[in-house]
Design a protein around this ligand. Structure first.
Ligand code: SAM
Length: 286
């Protein structure tokens, strides 16, 4: 059996009982190591599960499925994914390859950032398309995520923005071989994401600005390390968020659409300034 096991969002103990039983009896245990991270590393997982873990880089997952799934016809192979195996990063390609090979598979679900974002108080029913905000390079500064945020806002919907993780293949190879990591992975922070969003606002033609467009005063929400003991949530204006330190990764950002009074009341718990509190009090009284 080929098992895709979700690890949840916080630390080693977030695996489900069902997932842990599978990990403990599987012949080999892989950890997908490039789309998300927990607040603890491979060693802490190995200590908690009592099993050796093989890190699986993008090449292995996308090109070496024979190796990954070897023996899954007669033995159990576990493939661990931070969050939910089918949340945000959908590993449906692996499922299709397992089926092609005539293998049986099972998914063990767990919490995903896609549902845990409910922690900020904005209703999951009211979200539109999720977007990914990528690290801008000197000569590559896409703006497509901004347009998707506007489409959601035009419909009154909130937008969950997942933030880029840049992990060089070399870093993962070094990790897998126990070699030192010369270039640590880079994680886009909520404040960097807001700086990029405001840069796009600045570049757009002021005459064409609509009510859905973002401004430095637009209230947004940043979450960091959701599910971990030091989880942090902050509601701030985009301009305030540019200078707010949310601490170590992972971060996500939410750009609200139309807010229900209850959503405003809940968000107020996380307001970082009087300006945001005053704005949310108006929402509460709608
Ligand atoms: C590609 S998604 C992977 C999703 C994962 N499979 C899941 O179901 O949650 C990775 C992005 O989700 C967001 N994310 C994942 N876990 C998070 C957490 N615990 N706190 C805040 N953001 C998180 C970050 O923006 C990160 O770059």
């Amino acid at each position: 059996m080929f098992y895709l096991v979700g690890l949840g969002l916080g630390d080693a103990t977030d695996i489900t009982v069902k997932g842990l039983e599978i990990v403990r009896k599987a012949k080999r245990v892989y950890l997908e190591a490039y789309t998300s991270i927990l607040t603890v590393g491979k060693e802490a997982l190995e200590a908690f599960y009592g099993r050796e873990i093989i890190l699986a880089d993008r090449d292995m997952v996308e090109q070496a499925s024979d190796e990954l799934m070897a023996d899954a016809d007669t033995d159990d192979i576990a493939f661990l994914v931070v969050g939910d195996p089918l949340g945000a990063t959908t590993h449906t390609d692996l499922i299709l390859r397992a089926v092609e090979k005539g293998l049986q598979y099972k998914v063990v679900h767990n919490a995903s950032i896609m549902n845990a974002i409910g922690c900020c108080g904005l209703q999951l029913y009211n979200y539109g398309e999720t977007v990914s905000i990528v690290f801008w390079e000197k000569d590559w500064q896409p703006e497509s995520f901004y347009d998707k945020i506007l489409i959601n806002r035009e419909r009154g919907m909130h937008t969950l923005c997942l933030l880029d993780i840049k992990m060089k293949e070399q870093t993962i190879e070094n990790l897998m071989k126990g070699r030192p990591i010369y270039e640590p992975p880079r994680f886009l922070s909520a404040s960097q994401a807001c700086q990029q969003l405001l840069e796009i606002v600045k570049r757009r033609d002021a005459d064409k600005v609509t009510d859905s467009d973002l401004t430095p005063d637009t209230v947004c929400v940043a979450v960091a390390r959701v599910g971990a003991s030091d989880q942090k949530i902050a509601a701030a204006t985009l301009a305030e968020m540019c200078d707010l330190d949310m601490g170590s990764p992972l971060h996500s950002l939410v750009i609200p659409g139309h807010m229900h009074p209850l959503e405003g009341e809940m968000l107020k718990l996380f307001a970082v300034s009087d300006r945001v509190r005053e704005f949310l009090e108006v929402v509460e009284k709608r």
